[in-house]
Structure formats: structure tokens, C-alpha cells
Design a protein around this ligand. Sequence first.
Ligand code: PR8
Length: 481
Amino acid sequence: QQKKKVSAQNASLTFKIPKSNFSDWYDELMVTAGIVDKDHWDTKGMPIFLPYGYSMHLAIMKLVEDDFSKMGVKQYQFPAFIPKSFLTREADHVKGFESECFWHEDKMCLRPTSETAIYSMFHIWVKSVEDLPLMVMQTCNVYRYETKNTKPLIRVREIPWNEAHTAHATREEALDVLEQFWGCVHHIFTDQLSIDGLRLRRPEWDKFPGAEHTDVLDIVMPCGRVLQSVGAHYLGQHFSKVFDIKANGENSYMTCIGISTRALAAVLSMHGDDDGLVLPSVIAPYQIIIVPIIGKKPDQELLTKLDEMKEQLINAGFRVRVDLNPQKRPGEKYYYYQMKGVPLRIDFGSRDLKENKFVLVVRAIEGKKEYSLDQLVPACQEALRNYDEQLKQRAQAHLKSRVVDCDDINKIPEILQQGGFARIPYFTMGKEGAEGANRIHDLCNAEIRGWQPLEQQPGEGVTCIVTGKPAKFWAYVARSY
Ligand code: PR8
């Protein structure tokens, strides 16, 4: 009977929804793994961030802050309320955001983004070229009155993010800083979080309000829909003209970039599996869980050794936890930490102590392996390196398999059925291209997400599959969040 009870408990700890049912899998995992509480608060799109999830969001924000700091961007904190008179100054910007603002009676709104707040101060801080470049960032919350379906981390109304804003004396310098931001994005998303996406330049009809051009990182989610996970914008002189930001008589050239909880959403979605979370080591709250195999009687020698192992691993820089809870059997603990996505698990009991060995289990990658206790630190180091590398390779293979060339407009729906991007030859990314994009949207509810600015575009003789005109761009079509 004892056995039966334990397996029933195991069942409740085992993650039940297969990832192939992505949307339900995601929602359930958010709650079961302790990422957010979305069901006990009555305001749409404002879930409560719980410690396990929030610590990972903070870890990502720290990666962003560290990389941006290295570029010379400094941290600030601006007020959340923006006077209406600031927000309405740049015409496109206000058109884009007016309906997304939470307005307050006193003609203020909760910032939907902080261009207008920050640039009203740039106007005061920038006096001469010596004040340039001016590069600021803040990790804060912004507020958007989202009307589409909200979803934890992916589409919320109170958005935790990091936004950076820069002003420069020349166009070249501003564009160069945007490339540096993209270097950071690659370092953070690919090298550290082991995920991959396409950097796309949005078409003219789909730019950030007030931008000259908009580049995004679009990530193909497991359900096949894409998630815009970074937005980086070249603002040219639009805002510096309306906010009168001038050094030595010349309007500054400006850029901005924003990275929100969508980064964490993409990471959890990409790597997770049917058993729950799979976390890249850089953000895993614990990288190693030690599960002792303890009998009824406490074995002092074993407990001392466990302490020693923990200390050795902590000294080597790992985040480690030992689960000594006597109420739970090792099997239950295995399921639990598997669901929580802890990268490495060490099983260790009195017999292992006698034989001077330990058992290492790597989440989602390989089964049990035994090592000598003398190898504790190097074995864990290598296993974790391998694990992150495997996650990266999986994510890259996933992306590669989800970009499919398409030479016939009627084949787009079939390609998108599999999920990901259809790459099509298209005649323009200028405003005139919007009509063709609408045709595609009517056909299969998908959008032209943009083109890759670093990719060679089609040469002579390639024809646009929507209009029959000469194709100037490889356009990426996908369904989105
Ligand atoms: C800017 N200004 O605002 P952006 N929930 C979660 N994440 C979101 C949401 C939401 N409702 N809406 C947008 N994001 C510029 C750059 C300062 C910073 C995420 O740009 O409107 C998306 O990943 O593109 C988006 O790309 C990013 O915030 C930045 O927002």
C-alpha cells in the first residue's frame, strides 16, 4: 500500500501534458513549475512572478545589463508616468501607442515605452558633442493596454523589460551602436541561453512607431508560430527633432532596443520537453541537485560527505542544492527536479560513499553515468558544458528545419501548416508592399515578418510570387504571437 501511495504522488509530480499540445503545455508549466501565478489575480495580463520564474527573468536582465554596460550604456530609473504632452509630440509614435496606453485622468499615462520620457531629459542633458554619445538603459516595467489574448511572459499588460536608448553625433555612429546591440543579442540568446532566431528587418508598413527602421529577433516557437523576442530600432532624427535634442546645432541620431520577459518565454518554450522545464545552466536557479539515498537511520558519515561535496561544487562556482527532505523518496525527488528543469542530478548513497563514486544524470540529454568521487568537479563541469552545447545544437537544428523556400503563393499555407517561416521572393518592403501582404494574410492568416538585412537578396530574373514583378527581397512569412 505504501508503494501505491508513492506512485500516486509521483503521478501528480510528473508533468502530464505533452509538448505537442504546446499552448496547454505552456500554461500548465507556468503554474506547475512555479514560474507565475496567473489564476488568483483579477487584472488581465498581469500575472504574479514567483521566485523560481522571477529569478530567471532577473538573471536574463543581468545578462543584458552586463553586456550593455560593457558598451558604455549607463543605468537610470525614469518615472512610470508620462505627461500626455510628451507622448503626443512625435506624430507616428502617438498614433502607434495612444490606444495601447493606460491613461490617467490627469492627462498622464503609464509609460507604454519610455522614448518620450527619456528624450525630454536628453533635451536638457545634451548641450554639445562632448555630451555624446549618451547611452542610457533601465530595467523596469512598462504598460500596454493589450487587447489580444494575453499569455504569461509572452503578452502581458505590465511588461518587465530592459530598454536602452542612445543618442549620437552621426548616423554612422548610431548604426554602429545598433550593430553592437545585435552583437549583445547574439551573445545573450545564442551563446548563453542556447536559443536561436532570425534577425529580421520589418517592412515599412510594420515598423516601430516613430522609427526609421526596425529590426527584431523572431524566434520560431514549438507550435510553429513566431515570437518577436527583441525589438531594436533606428530612430534617425525623428525624435531629436521633436524633442529638440541638439549638439552644436545638429540634431542627434538615436537608437533604442527592448528585451522583455519574452526572452524567458522563448527559453522555456524552446528547451522544455514532455517532462517539464529544461533550463540552460546560465539561468537555472540550481544547476546541480544532489539527491541523497538515505535509509531510515541517519548516516552521519554520509551527511558529512554530502556537505563536503556541496562545498566543493559551490567553491567551483556551481549553484547547488542538496534535498535532504526525509518525507520524500528519491523517486519523487527525481520527478520533481526533472520537472523543474535542473540540468544535473547527483544520486549519492552509502554504497557510493564506500565505493568512492557518484551517479550523474543529465537532464534531457543522457542517462545515468558513474564517476569516481575524485572527478566530482571536472565531471560536472564537462557535463554542464556538453549539456548547454547540446541545447544550442537542438535549437539551431529546429530553426534550420523551420525555414522553407517557397516559389508559389498557393504553397504558403501548406508550408506554414508545419510551422515556421516560408521564404518567398517579394517585390518590395516599401509601403506599396502592404497590399500583397494583405493578400497573404487573407490566404493563410500569416504576415510578412521582414527580410534579413545581412542576407544576399535575390538577383536579376527572380520574380515576386505575389505580384509577378521583379523580386528585390527574400521575405519571411510566418504566423505570429
Ligand atoms: C520598443 N522602445 O518599445 P518594442 N508582453 C511582453 N513582451 C512584450 C510586449 C508584451 N505585451 N510587447 C512588446 N514586448 C522600443 C525599444 C524602447 C525599447 C517585447 O520596442 O515595441 C517584444 O519582444 O519592439 C518587443 O520586441 C520588445 O518588448 C520591445 O518592444
